[in-house]
Design a protein around this ligand. Structure first.
Ligand code: HEM
Length: 509
């Protein structure tokens, strides 16, 4: 009896102390979050301008780490939850900075058109260091940026793009043949290899066989994987490795330049972006030329490979879309395709737009706030980061009915955002895949060309089956299937699409 009583009493004590401890933890936890929030919103707003306006609603997480862990682990839901709760403008604290996340066409336009007056482009220090001062995206001086952009835009004019078509097609065909020989492949790494070889050939002028391609790819991967690191340039640290790899890449590009050394500049046949820059830039600007090429390869690679992988995923889930692309191709000979022929494939382009709307490879762009300004009645404070959400805008814009559903046909009824007209100055920001304003993507026409050729070729020449139709997408740094998209690929026996039975339809329905 006594033992029972002592036992019950000790259980009661343990429970009470347990509850007190849990209570204390909750109070300390709330207090820490409250103080951090108070500190950031009151003391980290460094100017008195627009002080009558509130800071956007939201949470700032824990001291220093903010909400970074949640941001990384919750994936897409991190922004969805906050946007549902707070609307188009809210505050958070990710990757070491207090950040205002913004979505909606009107707000995106305001941010993108305020470059250099209210905001300026922002990149982590390690990326700045690796890409270097001659990279277009790193240039802070407006005039220098404008001048360089004016030159680089020429790399992607129609004549240049036409030159790239045979190279891009040949490379895509080679990869598809290899995939069909293997049968089982991992879609994401394969698309990464493909996008890398296209960039190496068309941008840097490499004459890649498989061996050179693999060797260059290893150097490039070492640069990219170590780029997002602490800004410490000492042996063993990521930044040191990234800079070493970049130096090797520049050396290899310099070898390509050397090969053209004996040819008079005006006689250089322009096949790659490098050839063009060699013709346009002075002899003493060779390092600048090489840096630009490295930047273009970097900007092109992750983005186009992510989009290619999204194609394989969405089309694998929607065989009727593949069927319609094939109908559109009919018995056309894609080997003689030129830029002028592409508008004919309207549905294939709708598919491209829809893939890029659903899973834009760049989910958001980052800016540093130079001067406080007002947005939807809130103060966007000087010194903070403002992130314009591309994916968030695509998924909440009233322009897209059932915006979470993959539906290429919707583009038949939507305005053409490719051209800027007085009527679409604001609405076109409902589709912000390539950004906008002075920092608009310079390679968008090249990217669209590669993607259109990819969708046409892949639909025409092979059937593929998703091994896991429910694979989740992970969005950091670019969208990709978490399981790397295992696929079974096989050659279509007859490439003529006009009256071919679709194996994809049979397999996936
Ligand atoms: C589907 C593929 C692509 C997507 C979705 C994409 C998206 C973007 C976006 C959203 C921006 C603006 C970033 C910002 O506002 O901070 C941008 C900038 C840029 N992109 Fe792309 N891009 C793609 C392909 C390419 C390609 C193929 C190239 C080069 C060959 C390229 C080169 C650049 C450069 C150099 C900038 C910086 C422009 C500047 O600072 O003025 N991109 N891209």
């Amino acid at each position: 009896m006594l033992i029972d009583f002592i036992y019950s009493l000790s259980v009661f004590y343990v429970l009470c102390w347990g509850l007190v401890l849990v209570g204390c933890c909750i109070v300390v936890h709330v207090l820490i979050k409250y103080c951090w929030n108070y500190y950031i919103t009151l003391w980290c707003v460094t100017d008195n301008e627009l002080s009558h306006l509130p800071i956007p609603p939201g949470t700032l997480g824990y001291p220093f780490i903010g909400e970074t862990i949640e941001f990384i682990t919750k994936n897409d839901k991190f922004y969805k939850l906050r946007q549902n709760k707070y609307g188009n403008v809210y505050r958070t604290h990710v990757l070491g900075r207090p950040t205002i996340r913004v979505s909606g066409a009107h707000n995106l336009r305001k941010i993108l058109m305020s470059e250099n007056s209210y905001v300026s482009s922002q990149w982590p220090p390690s990326i700045r260091k690796v890409l270097g001062p001659y990279a277009l995206s790193m240039m802070d001086d407006i005039h220098e940026h404008k001048e360089r952009k004016r030159l680089l835009i020429n790399l992607f004019l129609p004549d240049a793009l036409n030159q790239h078509i045979p190279i891009i097609r040949k490379t895509i065909k080679h990869f598809i043949d290899e995939w069909c020989k293997k049968g089982n492949i991992l879609g994401y790494p394969q698309c990464r290899n493909l996008a890398f070889i296209i960039a190496a050939k068309c941008l840097a002028g490499f004459d890649c066989d498989d061996e050179t391609g693999n060797e260059l790819s290893l150097i490039y991967q070492s640069m990219v994987h170590n780029m997002f690191s602490l800004p410490i340039e000492l042996p063993g640290f990521g930044l040191y490795k990234a800079l070493k790899a970049k130096k090797q890449l520049i050396q290899r590009i310099a070898e390509n330049i050397q090969k053209l050394q004996n040819i008079p500049v005006d006689d250089i046949k322009i096949v790659s972006a490098l050839d063009f820059l060699l013709r346009e830039e002075e002899e003493n600007c060779r390092f600048k030329t090489c840096e630009s090429i490295v930047e273009l390869m970097f900007a092109s690679h992750d983005t186009t490979s992510s989009a290619m992988c999204s194609y394989l995923m969405f089309l694998g889930k929607y065989p009727n879309v593949i069927h319609k692309v094939r109908e559109e191709i009919g018995s056309d000979d894609l080997d003689i395709l030129t830029l002028n022929d592409l508008p004919k494939y309207k549905y294939a382009y709708n598919v491209t737009k829809e893939v890029l709307r659903m899973t834009p490879p760049v989910g958001a762009g980052y800016r540093k706030v130079l001067k406080s300004f007002q947005l939807e009645g809130y103060k966007i404070p000087k010194g903070w980061t403002v992130a314009y959400g591309i994916r968030d805008t695509h998924h909440t814009s009233p322009l897209y009915t059932n915006s979470d559903v993959f539906n290429p046909d919707r583009w038949d009824d939507l305005p053409n955002f490719d051209r800027i007209t007085p009527d679409n100055l604001e609405t076109r920001y409902n589709y912000a895949t390539f950004g906008g304003g002075p920092r608009t993507c310079i390679g968008k026409d090249f990217a669209k060309l590669v993607l259109k050729l990819f969708v046409l070729e892949v639909c025409k020449s092979c059937d593929w089956k998703l091994e896991n139709k429910d694979a989740e997408l992970y969005y950091i740094p670019v969208p990709r299937a978490v399981d790397n998209l295992p696929l079974f690929v096989q050659k279509r026996s007859n490439d003529d699409c006009s009256n071919k039975k679709d194996i994809n339809c049979i397999q996936t329905n």
